[in-house]
Design a protein around this ligand. Structure first.
Ligand code: FAD
Ligand code: SF4
Length: 488
């Protein structure tokens, strides 16, 4: 522990943001990380708890008190080694993780938590700047072939871990670039894509073969799931060509809103809108791009995806942006005595909200209205909860103007046809059925087929996908070799 009285002496300092006016001009990241002396002071706030709740609150179990202490001592290289030992991609999580570790931090019980995420961000960026992130090429090759289907954080973590213990790994991706939702979901202003590219270079140097534009199995006809594949491989073929297969295809089936007028032009899934902008930022030409310029935009869905639609619409130059949430407005402050060390229920205001957006809570959409086939408005009604049931408030109907409606109500499941192609059993929510047990975990009902990330757990977080990719890699290694030295 660096400074015994640090938590009493120093206030929490948040990372800075460029002002909204400036950051709305482009799609660049706008967070201003902590400098060396700020990081040292923030790390000094850590109490090095005997039972560090941060460590169990973090899905990849980052060894937080240790790297805090090393940052306090300004021993950045060893802090990097500690961070790298549990997390394949801390430069991703240091940018976009909601930081359940901070909710769990002991200081958060009656004060402000240690700024763990900003310290993680600082360590990861220094590691890249100083050339400490190098390929780890295995000395011995096992001769075993593993296919990883899907290149989101789960697939990337699984592929990297498996290549590092000497397996011949091929990472398949139906889109033209790797990264899953990191690439074609999360906007560049939250995480620039060069962070993915340099990791892919590292993974290639470690022996991972990447095959983009290759669809394993098929999507249903008319599916709106992003698919830039030029080639298809049948699951049967993959099973005969590889010793093990990891399914890491995410949960791509967007939740729809089948109310009258859903077919009107101008009503789109968020996941039609967001990937197009990321492609444009990457330099692609997107014919007929869905744009918000000068439009009145309504985003339906109050979560992360909705917030990303708000930020992107404002960057397009929308005339107005309104975001709907079906649930009532949460309290500004959580009741820490009830929630700590778990993820608290409270109002969350993202940087995109701060850039300009009206937020409407307890509101349901009854109908999309339009003229000449184009959406012009949304009919709504206020709702409240009685005896656990949602009821409409009589007389609260309203029509709001809208030229663009973005549906961001989450994802229901993986695309069923992909699981069915492999014959993998599904759980009650339609996800790939596989446990996370120490023995036999991540194995599906089909021999030698494993599943990790959103495809197994349902829509979740990047940090959970990394955890599952790492743990599934260990399960696959054990299955192939009879033992594994990979961490869980
Ligand atoms: C808009 C948006 C914003 C988000 N923001 C955040 C955030 O700020 N922080 C956070 O922690 N989480 C966020 N999330 C959630 C997070 O991105 C996901 O939980 C995470 O990416 C899941 O990782 P995954 O590897 O399981 O799947 P994915 O990232 O979905 O990757 C799956 C990949 O598999 C490919 N694939 C699927 N089927 C096939 C097939 N048959 N053949 C070949 N390839 C296939 C897909 O094309 C995709 O590239 C966000 C999600 C969205 C949609
Ligand atoms: S819970 Fe908070 S104070 Fe305790 S060790 Fe973790 S980061 Fe430090």
């Amino acid at each position: 522990m660096g400074k015994i009285t640090g938590f009493m002496e120093y206030e929490r300092l948040e990372e800075g943001y460029k002002p909204p006016k400036e950051r709305l001009k482009d799609y660049r990241e706008f967070v201003i990380g902590l400098d060396d002396s700020q990081s040292k002071v923030q790390a000094a706030r850590c109490m090095d708890c005997g039972t560090p709740f941060c460590n169990s609150g973090c899905p990849v179990n980052n060894v937080i008190p240790d790297f805090n202490d090393l940052v306090f001592q300004q021993d950045w290289q060893n802090a990097w080694m500690v961070l790298d030992s549990t997390n394949n991609f801390p430069e991703f999580t240091g940018r976009i993780c909601p930081a359940p570790c901070e909710a769990a931090c002991t200081l958060n019980y009656n004060a402000d938590p240690v700024g763990i995420k900003s310290i993680e961000h600082a360590i990861a960026d220094r590691a890249w700047q100083n050339g400490w992130v190098q390929p780890r090429v295995p000395r011995i090759k096992t001769g075993k072939k593993v296919a990883v289907v899907g290149s989101g954080p789960a697939g990337m973590a699984a592929a990297q871990q498996l290549a590092r213990v000497g397996h011949e790994v091929t990472l398949f991706e139906k889109n033209d670039r790797l990264g899953g939702l990191l690439r074609y979901g999360i906007p560049d202003f939250k995480m620039e894509k060069s962070h993915i590219d340099r990791r892919i270079d590292q993974m290639k140097a470690e022996g991972v073969t990447v095959r983009t534009g290759v669809m394993i199995g098929s999507l249903p006809k008319g599916s709106k799931v992003t698919n830039l594949a030029k080639e298809t491989i049948e699951p049967k073929q993959l099973l005969s060509d590889f010793d093990a297969v990891v399914l890491a295809g995410g949960a791509e089936q967007s939740r729809d809103l089948p109310v009258p007028g859903r077919d009107l032009d101008g009503v789109h899934f968020a996941m039609e809108f967001l990937p197009q902008q990321n492609r444009v930022v990457a330099g692609d030409k997107v014919k007929g791009q869905i744009r918000a310029d000068g439009k009145h935009v309504i985003v339906i869905g109050g979560g992360d995806t909705g917030s990303d639609c708000v930020g992107t619409s404002n960057r397009h130059g929308a005339a107005s942006v309104v975001q709907f949430e079906l649930m009532p407005q949460p309290p500004e402050e959580e009741n820490k005595e009830l929630t700590w060390p778990y993820w608290p229920y409270k109002l969350r205001t993202s940087s995109s909200h701060e850039e300009g957006c009206d937020r409407e809570f307890a509101i349901a959409t009854k109908e999309f209205i339009g003229e000449k086939g184009k959406v012009t408005g949304v009919k709504t009604v206020r709702v409240e909860w009685k005896d656990g049931k949602m009821v409409e408030v009589p007389g609260s109907e309203q029509t709001l103007r809208a030229d663009l409606v973005l549906l961001a109500m989450g994802f229901t499941s993986p695309v069923a046809s992909i699981l069915e192609g492999f014959g993998v059993d599904k759980d009650t929510r339609g996800n790939a059925k596989a446990s996370t047990e120490f023995i036999g975990g991540y194995a599906t009902s089909v021999p030698k087929v494993f599943a990790a990330g959103d495809i197994r757990r349902g829509q979740s977080l990047v940090v959970w996908a990394i955890r599952e990719g790492r743990q599934a890699a260990r399960a696959v290694d054990e299955f192939l070799m009879g033992f594994s030295d990979l961490p869980r």
